[in-house]
Design a binder for this molecule. Structure first.
Ligand code: BG6
Length: 511
């Protein structure tokens, strides 16, 4: 992570390198990678000595490839596209028709890399980006190693970025880590979780550890509980084939929600170095109390959406979505109550929920502080005291709000809930980002802070493993919720049983 956490125009350009993208004709390359590379180039953060080789099955020429990516850029760019910047970048894009399992592909790649290195002086540095289906990860790395392409010399580096999902359970994640370790060192592996590319997510560390204000309160003495919500308004869209096998828990919790959890709850790292930060995150995930199978029913709610209306659009029943089994028991919503076994958090519940087809898109971390002692306002019913929340809003708008009670003007003492708001855009302005810019830049700079380490990934799977086990016995606990709602009643009851409730989703106030 650059010292200012995001590659700003003041940051130096990334190190020279060739980037090799496996799965270059896929959606991710056009929708996320190319717009992010374009943004880096436009900000002067991509090295002059840069080239990209894309690999995919389709028979494309370099010109076809550039044209295809140019169209994608115009569709997904975060701002107006400067043709001069794009043309200069596109001239550095090359295409190689490939079969990821065939050794020829890798000898061909070695040849092509040598040519590109000669032409663009990329210094022997290579960033391999695996934007393929996860079943190819192991064999691509094996073959790269067989072709001698992962070997680092004294003055160059070879790094591999792997897209999510990293395994589908603990055993598969461990097996993949072991397979990667055969050919690569941990320092060469960059496991992406795109939530770590989001500005407000990175800001959690700054908010907590660069301010004297919050950290003294950040513990069980002052915090009543924490709520982490990642609500999506979209349904399963065109990804039914993948999603029906994955489900909400596997798709979102051990990765995105646990990253938010870890950043919110971890201990201060000794420095902002990659290993110091990742060690603290891992320790936190290891402290998540692993549920016993018998506890799962009381701590976890799973549900599937039925037909309904979201923001004026009608969504069908999940089971009627394309490529979803008509008798599917896959959950599209999950809510969990977790506890963290350490001194800071003993007795503080962390409630997590995520789902598709919910009322609105909203990702937030709400820290609920304990109620004030009542002495001075004895006459005021507790329910009328506005709860103190610090809310980190991550999507759709990036802001931080603080909710507290204030006196309503007038002779009588009446109180009302009021708020203070810091809105990223309003304050800093600036263009929108894809979220991959920082991740790609950091990888090119050898900074792995925002990437997942092998032990972090395994700790996360370990924490959710018993839930899968309990669920595999019976689906009797799977409930339904209508698309466009905030999930099933059972998710409300999860907090209700503890005398708490989910914070009502407010509307954005960045105006
Ligand atoms: C992906 C999941 O990792 O994250 C998707 O596979 C989900 O199902 C997406 O929609 C959410 O990302 P974001 O950035 O839109 O919140």
């Amino acid at each position: 992570m650059a010292t200012d956490l995001t590659p700003s125009p003041n940051a130096p350009p990334a190190e020279p390198c060739a980037m090799v993208v496996f799965g270059a004709a896929g959606d991710l390359t056009g929708r996320l990678l190319v717009p992010a590379l374009y943004n880096l180039a436009a900000a002067g953060l991509l090295a002059e000595k840069f080239a990209l080789i894309g690999l995919a099955r389709a028979p494309l020429t370099d010109a076809d490839f550039r044209a295809q990516l140019g169209e994608a850029l115009h569709r997904y760019a975060t701002g107006a596209v400067d043709p001069a910047v794009w043309n200069a970048l596109a001239q550095r894009f090359f295409y190689l028709e490939a079969n990821f399992e065939a050794p020829d592909t890798y000898t061909g790649l070695r040849r092509r890399l040598a040519e590109v290195e000669g032409e663009f002086n990329t210094g022997g540095n290579v960033l391999f980006y695996l934007a393929t289906a996860p079943e190819y990860f192991g064999s691509i790395v094996d073959q790269l190693s067989w072709a001698g392409l992962t070997r680092e010399q004294t003055h160059d580096w070879r790094r591999v970025i792997l897209e999510k999902p990293f395994g589908h359970d603990l055993a598969s994640a461990q097996a993949l880590n072991a397979r990667l370790r055969r050919d690569l060192t941990e320092e060469q592996v960059y496991r992406i979780d795109h939530y770590l590319g989001k500005e407000t997510v990175q800001n959690i560390l700054v908010l907590r550890f660069a301010n004297g204000l919050f950290e003294p309160l950040w513990n069980r003495n002052h915090i009543d509980h924490v709520q982490i919500t990642v609500a999506e308004s979209v349904g399963v869209e065109k990804r039914g084939g993948y999603y029906d096998r994955a489900g909400a828990l596997r798709d979102m919790v051990p990765n995105h929600l646990f990253q938010l959890l870890a950043l919110t709850a971890m201990e201060p790292p000794t420095c902002f170095g990659a290993d110091a930060v990742r060690t603290e995150k891992t320790k936190l995930l290891e402290a998540v109390q692993v549920l016993k199978p018998a506890q799962v029913a009381a701590h976890v709610v799973r549900a599937q959406y039925g037909a309904g209306t979201v923001g004026g659009h009608t969504l069908p029943d999940y089971r009627a979505e394309p490529r979803v089994a008509p008798d599917s028991t896959t959950e599209t919503f999950v809510a969990l109550k977790l506890t963290i076994d350490n001194w800071r958090w003993a007795g503080v519940p962390f409630y997590l929920r995520t789902g598709k087809a919910l009322a609105r898109r909203s990702t937030e971390i709400a820290i609920r502080f304990k109620q004030a002692p009542y002495a001075m306002f004895r006459a005021t019913p507790v329910e009328r005291l506005a709860p103190n929340y610090l809310v980190l809003h991550i999507q759709p708008e990036e802001r931080i709000s603080l909710e507290f009670s204030a006196k309503v003007p007038g002779p009588a003492v009446h109180m009302a809930g009021v708020g203070m708001d810091f809105c990223y855009n309003r304050h800093f302005g600036g263009g929108r980002a894809i979220g991959y810019e920082t991740l790609i830049y950091d990888c090119m700079m050898g900074d792995a802070t925002l990437f997942q380490r092998s032990d972090t990934v395994e700790a996360a799977w370990r924490a959710v493993e018993p839930i899968f086990e309990a669920w595999s016995d019976s689906t009797a606990d799977l409930v339904a919720y209508p698309a466009g709602s905030w999930g099933p009643q059972q998710a409300q009851e999860l907090l209700g049983r503890d005398g708490r409730q989910w914070r009502g989703a407010d509307h954005d106030s960045c105006g």
